[in-house]
Design a protein around this ligand. Sequence first.
Ligand SMILES: Nc1nc2c(ncn2[C@@H]2O[C@H](COP(=O)(O)OP(=O)(O)O)[C@@H](O)[C@H]2O)c(=O)[nH]1
Ligand SMILES: Nc1ncnc2c1ncn2[C@@H]1O[C@H](COP(=O)(O)OP(=O)(O)O)[C@@H](O)[C@H]1O
Length: 199
Amino acid sequence: MFILSSPSGAGKTTIARRILAQDDEIRLSVSYTTRPIRLGEVEGKDYYFCDKAEFERKVEAGDFLEWAEVFGHLYGTPKAELKAGLKSGHDYLFDIDWQGTQQLYQRMEVDVVRVFLLPPSIGELQRRLASRGTDSADVVAARMARARSEISHWDGYDYVVINDDIDACFDKVTGILHSERMRRARQTGLVDFVRELMR
Ligand SMILES: Nc1nc2c(ncn2[C@@H]2O[C@H](COP(=O)(O)OP(=O)(O)O)[C@@H](O)[C@H]2O)c(=O)[nH]1
Ligand SMILES: Nc1ncnc2c1ncn2[C@@H]1O[C@H](COP(=O)(O)OP(=O)(O)O)[C@@H](O)[C@H]1O
């Protein structure tokens, strides 16, 4: 479970999309959200968009592994597909906030890798949010107002990467992913392989 978090606009969706396009072994954990769909987003690919009543029914039914309120909207990680996918050996990429990260870490510590992206400066963060062109001026202002409190959670992560140059950031994040896959405990079948070598 490879978690990417950042203050809004620092670039986690951009990095996540690149990883998913280039790495066949990792899938996106597609969240449910009550936030309105943005131009360019695809239902079922970026998010499952639903209303508050449906989201609350899912909470009641225990369908989420974790959920949280962010910017006045509800976001949650659905359980069913994820559990089956993890069991069959797939890696999952999570674009979730610090609240969700804490919940997943508390439940599944050894299977979780936490990466936090930072913008090179507050000015650049503002430029990126405005240039993305998906949010109104009010929404951009609200996201900027939350940026400092989101950044304050940087120390709850295993890795911190500054997203200045996008290619350099992508290389660093994929380097983390590849290294974490090589951890002895994560290499399934290694014990039998080594046993065979030593026979
Ligand atoms: N806890 C939690 N946070 C989520 C989930 N899905 C998305 N988020 C976070 O909600 C925040 C807002 O996401 P979004 O509206 O897509 O805007 P973004 O900040 O521009 O990516 C981001 O910090 C996401 O990482 C989820 O399932 N659970
Ligand atoms: N390293 C970078 N340099 C310049 N622009 C970037 C960089 N990374 C992301 N962006 C741009 O900044 C905006 C916000 O990025 P996005 O991935 O949507 O952020 P987040 O998912 O963290 O809210 C997008 O328009 C994206 O193209």
